[in-house]
Design a protein around this ligand. Structure first.
Ligand code: FES
Length: 107
């Protein structure tokens, strides 16, 4: 498998993301990633969906690894910021973070 820099999971479970909103975001993510989604890009972003992240409220939810940054209430505008600020420039979008697996670097 080719190397990659980030792995993004979007929860498509109906408890936190009703009305197919997460599926729409997943489709949009594919387009927003552009070159970051290319298989031969060493800093590419792998993406995937999951039926549940164990939170089940406040969605749509999205988690970015390896940082372990969890986002909630993700809409189209938030997703654009996450792609541009976090995945492209390495700066997590604090406005939508509700959980971190490890403390923020400057905490
Ligand atoms: S349904 Fe999304 S976290 Fe459980």
């Amino acid at each position: 498998m080719a190397p990659y820099a980030h792995h993004v999971f979007i929860c498509t479970g109906s408890y936190c993301a009703p009305e197919g909103r997460a599926d729409e975001l997943y489709g949009l993510l594919t387009r927003l990633l552009g070159d970051l989604g290319r298989y031969d890009n060493p800093v590419r972003v792998k993406r995937g969906i999951t039926p549940c992240l164990g939170v089940c409220t406040g969605g749509p939810l999205l988690v970015v690894y390896p940082e372990g940054v969890w986002y909630h209430k993700v809409d189209e505008a938030a997703l654009k910021r996450i792609v541009n600020e976090h995945l492209r420039n390495g700066v997590p979008v604090e406005d939508y973070i509700f959980h971190r697996l490890t403390p923020a670097p400057d905490a």
